[in-house]
Design a protein around this ligand. Structure first.
Ligand SMILES: Cc1ncc(COP(=O)(O)O)c(C=O)c1O
Length: 480
């Protein structure tokens, strides 16, 4: 493909994408295929001779689209949203064209510098304490990770290094192995499974703190666990607080947990993967109060802030905690400005070396929506979830299972878990809408998450009528 064909095909592709987005409502949200559907549809090896673009694009409709779950359909209410906007798609195209690998300032200065500035912009949108911003002379700063899972892991590994160095400085005879077997990290029993995985990968114990009646981690339960473990000779070093848990969007009590972390000198990481985007609205910002106690904070603009995957925003108060933890400096990666103190080599902040020019997506989206446009987007989703909540409340056969704060509603049929399980089966077999469940304590619960950029009140209304209709059929069948 030469440049002139690229111009032509590129325009066709933009049309295909715009048609896809405009027509997505007409596509069945969840595919009909069975596992293994694709292999028989394509050759067993790559072609020896080139295929044409036409052949490929025809196969997209024939082979790929039948197996796609349409996350951007206004009838998709599963998991949490994943962001999609035209400015982000265009920026991603430019990112692909520049195609730099921005592991250091010298590897592409704009890639590094735009990221630092965008993370400051975003930090200011959230009213993060000054300490988290890089500014011109700050000790903190932000980095774009690929996912919240990576951010938690990077924070845990940095905290592990920090505590190990502190203990070895106090007792030079202590080996790393002796320290490692005593280290303990904590999160609530509602934390995402990626937190437990970070513990597994980091080779440390991770303990689940029982959450309270509102599914929040509270001071007393955390303090109790810390006292018990210290008495047993263990070394608490890391706490993850979740703002907006995956199951029910509950909020750990930061104002209680934060001071304990300061008192005990343990690293506090905040995982606000989904909910973080809402903090750009002043009315939701109080949910972030207590962030000043944290060492690191992370959320995913690629979930709810219209910046397409991947873009996970992570800030640290002291960037040397990260950069000092994983630093290796082979000669082929060195450059003459790296010790100037003015610039950041992001390779020291993350697990991989390579990194894309992801800040372009933030820049395009923030400029083309403006803060007001982004706030309006968040508010609309929250209004829609409250609409769904009130529809559920009007039907005495159903119950709401957790407080609705942002765009997620947890609900179920009153009665046995089997009943709600059967309802979910009917919902997902019908494939008009798509939902996933969760467990809240011993209850099987349906999660209705407002996801699509184009979802409107009418879609929510239709989804609810569909669910009610299936519930009526189910309850009738149960009686017969
Ligand atoms: C609270 C929370 N943390 C972490 C994650 C994992 O996010 P990622 O896919 O960015 O690793 C999720 C995903 O939904 C989440 O809800």
């Amino acid at each position: 493909m030469d440049a002139s064909e690229f111009r032509r095909r590129g325009k066709e592709m933009v049309d295909y994408v715009a048609d896809y987005m405009e027509g997505i409502e007409g596509r069945q949200v969840y595919p009909d295929v069975e596992p293994g559907y694709l292999r028989p549809l394509i050759p067993t090896t790559a072609p020896q001779e080139p295929d044409t673009f036409e052949d490929i694009i025809n196969d997209v409709e024939k082979i790929i689209m039948p197996g796609v779950t349409h996350w951007h359909s206004p009838y998709f209410f599963a998991y949490f949203p994943t962001a999609s906007s035209y400015p982000a798609m265009l920026a991603d195209m430019l990112c692909g064209a520049i195609g730099c690998i921005g592991f250091s300032w010298a590897a592409s200065p704009a890639c590094t510098e735009l990221e630092t500035v965008m993370m400051d912009w975003l930090g200011k949108m959230l009213q993060l304490p000054e300490a988290f911003l890089a500014g011109n002379a700050g000790e903190g700063g932000g980095v774009i990770q690929g996912s919240a899972s990576e951010a938690t892991l990077v924070a845990l590994l940095a905290a592990r290094t920090k505590v190990t160095r502190r203990l070895q400085a106090a007792s030079p005879g202590l080996t790393q192995a002796t320290i490692m077997e005593k280290l303990v990290a904590y999160s609530s029993d509602q934390a995402h499974s990626s937190v437990e995985r970070a513990g597994l990968i980091g080779g440390v114990k991770l303990k689940a703190i029982p959450s309270d009646g509102k599914f929040a981690m509270r001071a007393s339960a955390l303090q109790e666990a810390l006292e018990r473990d210290k008495a047993a000779g263990l070394i608490p070093f890391f706490v993850v607080a979740t703002l907006g848990t995956t199951s029910c969007c509950s909020f750990d009590n930061l104002l209680e947990v934060g001071p304990i972390c300061i008192k005990e000198d343990v690293w506090l990481h905040i995982d606000a993967a989904y909910a973080g985007s809402a903090f750009i609205c002043p009315e939701f910002r109080p949910l972030l109060n207590g962030v000043e106690f944290a060492d690191s904070f992370n959320f995913n603009p690629h979930k709810w802030l219209l910046v397409n995957f991947d873009c996970s925003a992570m800030w640290v108060k002291k960037r040397t905690d990260l950069t000092g933890a994983f630093k290796l400096d082979p000669v082929y990666l060195k450059h003459s400005h790296q010790d100037s103190g003015l610039i950041t080599d992001y390779r020291h902040w993350q697990l991989p070396l390579g990194r894309r020019f992801r800040s372009l997506k933030m820049w395009f989206v923030f400029r083309m929506y403006g803060i007001k446009g982004l706030q309006a987007y968040i508010r609309k989703h929250v209004q829609l979830s409250h609409k769904f909540e009130s529809l559920v409340q009007q039907d005495p056969r159903f119950e709401i299972c957790a407080e609705v704060t942002l765009g997620l509603v947890c609900f179920r049929l009153k009665g046995s878990n089997k009943l709600t399980e059967a309802l979910l089966e009917r919902i997902n077999n019908a494939k008009k809408i798509h939902l996933v469940p969760c467990h809240l304590r011993d209850k099987f619960v349906l999660r209705f998450a407002i996801c699509s950029r184009t979802v409107e009140s009418a879609h929510v209304q239709l989804a609810w009528e569909h669910i009610r209709g299936l519930a009526t059929e189910l309850l009738k069948a149960e009686k017969e």
